[in-house]
Design a protein around this ligand. Structure first.
Ligand SMILES: [Zn+2]
Length: 128
């Protein structure tokens, strides 16, 4: 059992040559017969590592999902106009609105006009 006010038993490196010294903080817990400060408490370190790993895993998953969305969107745009997939991407909103309007009112000249404009943009050769 560690005594109150005892020094932390962890070794801390203090240069790039692998030299270490004993941590100067006061111990607050004991693990496997050794006294540790709050920062070097093996349980605390384990918890911190697990939190860090979980955060990284989450970030990787989000990055992966975003990458998948991009790949899917690019593939879809290329399949419609391989020469100008960007025009397709830029017209998706127009198409969506035009299609919605057309389905609501099949005689809507405005919707047909919007649809034609979007289609003209998409079928245009590469703007690059
Ligand atoms: Zn310490």
């Amino acid at each position: 059992m560690y005594t109150k006010g005892e020094q932390c038993s962890a070794r801390v490196s203090h240069d790039d040559w692998g030299h270490t010294h004993q941590c100067e903080r006061r111990a607050v817990v004991e693990q496997d017969g050794k006294a540790y400060c709050k920062v070097h408490d093996p349980e605390y370190i384990k918890t911190k590592d697990a939190e860090r790993t979980a955060k990284w895993d989450k970030e990787w998953a989000e990055k992966g999902a975003y990458q998948e969305l991009q790949n899917t969107a690019v593939r879809a745009c290329k399949s419609i106009n391989p020469n100008n997939p960007l025009a397709v991407a830029q017209s998706i909103t127009d198409f969506y609105e035009a299609l919605k309007a057309m389905l609501k009112d099949q005689n809507s000249a405005l919707a047909r006009d919007k649809g034609r404009k979007a289609l003209a943009k998409v079928d245009s050769p590469s703007a690059l």
